[in-house]
Design a protein around this ligand. Structure first.
Ligand code: PEP
Length: 254
C-alpha cells in the first residue's frame, strides 16, 4: 500500500467546459516521476468529458459523487451504478457528509448504496466522520463505529479489492479547521482496527483510508506522513489545477 491516493471531490463545480479546461491545465503539470493514484469525482454531467480527457493518463481514475441504491426505476434526477460504469466510472463516493446532512441520507441508505455499488462492480469510497457537537460530547468514536459497522456488516463477505474509507470530520470540511495530528491518527487507527475485527486482517490492510477536510497544498505533505493516512480526499483545493497539482506532487515526495 505504498502508493498514496489523492482524490478530488468537485461537488457541484466544473461543468463540462470547466472540466476540460481543468484537465488541459492539470495534465502538463503532472510530474513525470512516479505519481500517486489520482481519483477525480466531477459532477455527473462532466463524467464523459473527464473520461475522454484522462484516457491517456493511467494514474487518473474516474469516480461519481453519488448513485441510487436501486438498479433502475422512476427516480427523477438520479443515476444508477450501471450508468456510471458505462461511462468509465470505477469509484463512487458514498456517505459524504453533505449527502448525510444536507440530503438526510441515513446509515441504512449508505449501506444499501454500498451494496448496489459493489454488485455493479464499482468501488465504494465510504465517508465517515463526526460533527463538531459529537466531538465535543466525546462521541467521535461511537459515531465512527456506528457509521462503519453498518457498511462493514454489508461487505463482510464481498469486500471489493479497491474499496476505500475516508475519515472526514464534518466540522473540518470547507472550514479551514484541521483536527490535531494525533486526532487524525486516532480516528484512522480506530477505522483500521474496526475493519480488522469485522472483515479480517487482509481486507483491513488492503483498504486505503483517506483523510478529508480542509486539505490544501500547504498541509498535504504533513497529513500524508501521518500513520494510517493512505491518501487525501480534497474538496475546495482540488478545484484549481495548480493547487491540486501541488498536492499531487506532495504525495510523490512522501
Ligand atoms: C470534501 O468535501 O470531501 C472536502 C474534504 O472538502 P474540503 O477539502 O473543501 O474541506
Amino acid at each position: 500500500m505504498n502508493t498514496k491516493t489523492i482524490a478530488a471531490n468537485w461537488k457541484m463545480h466544473h461543468g463540462p467546459d470547466e472540466a476540460r479546461d481543468f484537465l488541459e491545465k492539470l495534465l502538463p503539470n503532472l510530474s513525470t516521476r512516479k505519481k500517486p493514484r489520482i481519483l477525480l469525482f466531477p459532477p455527473a454531467i462532466s463524467l464523459q468529458t473527464v473520461s475522454a480527457g484522462i484516457e491517456e493518463c493511467a494514474e487518473i481514475e474516474l469516480g461519481i459523487q453519488n448513485i441510487h441504491w436501486e438498479v433502475e426505476g422512476a427516480f427523477t434526477g438520479e443515476h444508477s451504478a450501471a450508468m456510471a460504469v458505462s461511462v468509465g466510472v470505477r469509484f463512487v463516493l458514498i456517505g459524504h457528509s453533505e449527502r448525510r446532512h444536507l440530503f438526510r441520507e441515513s446509515d441504512s441508505e449508505v449501506k444499501d448504496k454500498v451494496s448496489t455499488a459493489i454488485a455493479a462492480g464499482l468501488n465504494p469510497v465510504v465517508c465517515v466522520g463526526e460533527t463538531r457537537e459529537e466531538r465535543v460530547q466525546g462521541s467521535t468514536e461511537s459515531v465512527i463505529k456506528r457509521q462503519l459497522d453498518s457498511v462493514l456488516a454489508e461487505i463482510s463477505v464481498q469486500a471489493p479489492k479497491d474499496m476505500l474509507l475516508a475519515y472526514e470530520p464534518v466540522w473540518a470540511i470547507g472550514t479551514g479547521m484541521l483536527p490535531e495530528a494525533h486526532e487524525i491518527e486516532e480516528a484512522h487507527s480506530l477505522i483500521r482496527n474496526r475493519m480488522r475485527e469485522k472483515i479480517g486482517q487482509e481486507a483491513s490492510l488492503s483498504t486505503q483510508i483517506l483523510y478529508g477536510g480542509s486539505v490544501n497544498a500547504n498541509n498535504s505533505e504533513d497529513l500524508l506522513k501521518l500513520k494510517n493516512v493512505d491518501g487525501l480526499l480534497i474538496g475546495g483545493a482540488s478545484l484549481d489545477p495548480l493547487s491540486f497539482s501541488k498536492i499531487i506532487e506532495s504525495a510523490v515526495s512522501v
